[in-house]
Design a protein around this ligand. Structure first.
Ligand code: TXA
Ligand code: MG
Length: 349
């Protein structure tokens, strides 16, 4: 299949390009587009056949449900059974933005979207291209991250092309995404509002409005036996090709341990990658050192994380030794992705 690639202005999307994207969506084709978090791989969310092709293109397990993307709060109503009070508050506060809310589904939502669950995930992305594409398509757009399943999510159109060229019909290239990590997934269908996947809207942000919100146990616990409530969270994910170890604790200790492990591996003839931070990158003398961002502005770490993991793949290291960050605010989402990327190899030093 031929993949068409169109550049689009991320702030002021050209009307004719949006119209073309919307035409593709309505014809049941796959369109990758930028959102404020990562690139999405979009299809008409009400077209069962089109949505099936998303799973094929990504190699995504069938039991992993998709998020429906809308361009206004009004579009939620037909897709859900009811809108809880908490959802109303949060949609008003955080939409458009990186918050996905799980509702009880209505019968117009195809089974393939929800992977047979009686709930549906919905979000309104904060990106002009995404909003205008959904608006012009006049349907909710189903969109997982536009990467091959298991690989780091795409924060550049180049990443989408690397993974999906020849497998999808259209890529709208709007340049780099903003947040860099996928949206927060919040379940409002149980007794206690629960974050199933941490993201750009943090626990602390939500707690401000919904005081009893909690993180799903699988996010906090290091016990791999606790099964996440979100199907997508149970797979190794965001993973670079190399083996990866993540170190947490006091920064000086992290640096000391990584330095000594790097030395050992280099001596054994391995190519070592070190994922450092602006504050520590000069302290390492061995291996390929890449700073992922500043510890003082964890948002920069979130934004660069997936690109940096892909860079290590390109360089072709055998092992990645990564610094961890503090588990608060956006740091919770960063540590969640590092945990998945490393297959749970988190070491407290
Ligand atoms: O930022 C994002 O959310 C990006 C952009 C493109 O919007 N999308 C994204 O989609 O990350 P995806 O498919 O890669 O991740 C969706 C996550 C998965 O972990 C999935 O299991 C979970 O949301 N999810 C979807 N529907 C669910 C449901 N009904 N119940 C529980 N978890 C659900
Ligand atoms: Mg994904």
């Amino acid at each position: 299949m031929e993949t068409k690639i169109l550049k689009i202005n991320p702030l002021n999307p050209e009307i004719d390009i949006i119209a073309e994207g919307a035409k593709y969506i309505r014809m049941g084709k796959l369109v990758a587009f930028p959102t404020e978090t990562v690139y999405g791989l979009g299809a008409n969310g009400l077209d069962e056949e089109a949505v099936k092709n998303i799973f094929t293109a990504k190699g995504r397990p069938q039991d992993n449900p998709l998020i429906l993307h809308v361009s206004s709060i009004d579009e939620v109503k037909p897709l859900v059974k009811s809108i809880p009070k908490e959802a109303e508050i949060l949609m008003k506060e955080f939409w458009p933005g990186p918050l996905t809310i799980i509702f009880e589904r209505s019968s117009i939502v195809p089974d393939i979207i929800t992977a047979g669950l009686d709930t549906v995930a919905i979000r309104m992305p904060n990106h002009p291209v995404a909003l205008e594409l959904i608006g012009a398509s006049k349907v909710p757009i189903a969109a997982p991250s536009a990467n091959t399943s298991g690989k780091p999510s795409p924060t550049l159109a180049e990443h989408v092309i690397e993974d999906l060229y020849g497998k999808i019909e259209l890529v709208l290239d709007g340049g780099p995404t903003g947040v860099g990590l996928e949206s927060t997934v919040l379940d409002l269908t149980g007794d206690i509002p629960t974050i199933l996947r941490p993201g750009g809207i943090t626990l602390e942000d939500i707690r401000h409005f919904i005081p009893n919100v909690e993180l799903d146990l699988s996010i906090i616990s290091s016990n791999e036996k606790i099964i996440p409530k979100s199907p997508g969270q149970k797979y190794r994910h965001y993973a670079p090709k190399a083996e990866m170890l993540v170190f947490t604790g006091e920064v000086e200790n992290i640096v000391r341990v990584i330095k000594s492990m790097a030395k050992e591996h280099v001596r054994a003839g391995k190519r070592v990658g070190i994922m450092a931070t602006d504050e520590t990158e000069n302290k390492y003398t061995e291996g390929v050192v890449i700073s992922v961002g500043s510890r003082k502005r964890a948002g920069t770490i979130a934004r660069n994380l997936f690109t940096t993991l892909r860079e290590f793949d390109e360089i072709g290291v055998d092992i990645i030794l990564s610094e961890g960050v503090e588990m608060s605010h956006i740091g919770t989402a960063i540590m969640n992705r590092l945990k998945k990327a490393s297959g749970g190899n988190i070491i407290k030093v």
